[in-house]
Design a protein around this ligand. Structure first.
Ligand code: NDP
Length: 285
């Protein structure tokens, strides 16, 4: 069997077109959804991410504002910026690009963001709402995975789902979303014994580990759907996922890297910003 590739790039493009139409409809009523992006320091990767996010906003008609601070900014200065953005009626979403420099307490900063503007979904209240299956902002990467599944007609209900990785930004919220969608969920991590025994049981395997080609063919159940969240840069410059190429011979469907989950993450940031704008004005569907 050779797995069918799930074309995240094409799906993200289609979603962005739909988002642009919804943004346009809001604009006709005089509302321009606005995202504030806070960037601290000179980390080149963070600068690229922020540039991509700003460009993606512009493409669908979302206005973005960039707030840049030097790496030695005080936490008080950052918190004052967040407070001002929380109180700014024009701003619908606030995103603080991570990681922050080591002298800044990330949790303190993220918790300062108004829950209604927390488009990254990292605020504890949003996470709590996700646990309870209530309305909230879903963190963008696992949100993107759920959209991919929906687009592909894959219904998690009743599936044995295994999530490898338990980070706050991917693994944990992913497990909660799948649980809320009716899957039977196992979360594996670096302390899991006999990882392969778990992964081999999965109808749906989501891998967010950050180790190149970590999941091999013998760890995958024949016919499984495999979602590879990992993005790893090899010394030769190639970009690979957490799942080895040979898994394509075992799985029924699989996301490529690049072009799978990655493009969905930014699309979901746009979706969340649009939702924030709609919710703040009571016009969310
Ligand atoms: P983290 O480093 O925060 O988490 C990695 C997780 O993998 C941890 O829970 C860790 O376990 C687990 N792990 C590490 N080694 C093993 C092992 N040997 N066996 C089983 N589990 C293991 O990473 P992130 O969640 O932030 O990201 C994961 C990957 O996804 C990265 O490659 C990242 O680049 C990519 N990513 C992609 C995005 C996209 O848009 N496509 C967005 C975000 C991330 P433990 O908790 O026990 O340490």
């Amino acid at each position: 069997m050779t797995a069918e590739l799930i074309d995240g790039k094409a799906i993200a493009q289609a979603l962005r077109r739909r988002i642009a139409e919804r943004v346009h409809a809001l604009q006709e009523r005089g509302v321009v959804p606005t995202l504030a992006v806070v960037l601290v320091g000179e980390d080149p990767a963070s600068q690229v991410y922020v540039r991509n996010k700003v460009a993606a906003c512009a493409e669908v008609g979302i206005r973005s504002r960039k707030y840049e601070f030097p790496a030695d900014v005080t936490v008080e200065r950052l918190l004052a910026c967040i407070d001002a953005l929380n109180g700014d009626a024009e701003v619908d979403g606030i995103l603080v690009q991570l990681p922050l420099p080591p002298h800044i307490d990330e949790t303190l900063v993220l918790e300062r963001i108004a829950v209604a503007k927390d488009v990254d979904g990292f605020h504890a209240e949003n996470v709590g709402r996700l646990v309870q299956g209530r309305e909230c902002f879903w963190p963008c990467t696992p949100h993107g995975v759920m959209q991919l599944l929906a687009w592909e007609g894959i219904e998690p209900q009743g599936m044995d789902a295994v999530v490898v990785g338990r980070s706050n930004i991917v693994g944990k919220p992913m497990a909660l979303m799948l649980l809320n969608a009716g899957a039977t969920v196992t979360v594996a991590h670096s302390r899991t014994r006999e990882l392969a025994a778990h992964t081999r049981r999965a109808d749906l395997l989501v891998v967010a580990v950050g180790k190149p080609e970590f999941i091999t063919a013998e760890m995958v159940k024949p016919g499984a759907v495999v979602i590879d969240v990992g993005i790893n840069r090899l010394p030769d410059g190639r970009l690979v996922g957490d799942v080895a190429a040979e898994v394509r011979e075992v799985a029924s469907r699989i996301t490529p890297v690049p072009g799978g989950v990655g493009p969905m993450t930014i699309a979901m940031l746009l979706e969340n910003t649009l939702l924030a704008a709609q919710r703040r004005r009571g016009t969310a569907p």
